[in-house]
Design a protein around this ligand. Sequence first.
Ligand code: AMP
Length: 173
Amino acid sequence: MDLSKFIRNVPDFPKEGIQFKDITTLLNNHKAFEEAVSCMESLFKQEKVDRVVAIESRGFIFGAPLALRLKAGLVLVRKKGKLPSETLSAEYQLEYGTDSLEMHSDSVKEGEKVIVVDDLLATGGTTEAVIELLEKVKAEILGICFLIELDGLNGREKLKGYPLHSLLKLPCD
Ligand code: AMP
């Protein structure tokens, strides 16, 4: 199945010059959604995965079914101030200034095998911050998985050293 047909490109959202890749059209088709989760599962089903680490917010949509299928725990990485218990945090760059992502300190233990999931890789800054969190707790990162990788933004460069999978590559412009 060609999953790219289910991604809607929305020009100039949320601001001029951005080609927003809308995944709601894929989620709204149960066969396409099923296919996307199955493809992600097949990348890792030979491995013993302890935790699926999903990035707020669209990463949660893929991370949850993937964790169930892989019989792994689901760990939520959230924007600052959303998680209720003790957290670790890592900063990442926004266009103007910085923001931070947080993970519960006790959610991943040293040596645990994890995979990281998000909907889309653009510049790689968000995922780089998640890697920093996982390095802090000395997790073993088995791989990073995206539904979409945008070509031309060098996101992959920031994450080199880790096995990186994307189901679709789309132009950023
Ligand atoms: P980055 O940190 O630059 O790799 O950005 C990745 C995050 O921003 C992902 O969580 C995406 O959901 C979101 N994102 C960035 N660019 C786009 C885009 N063109 N279309 C849809 N989502 C995007």
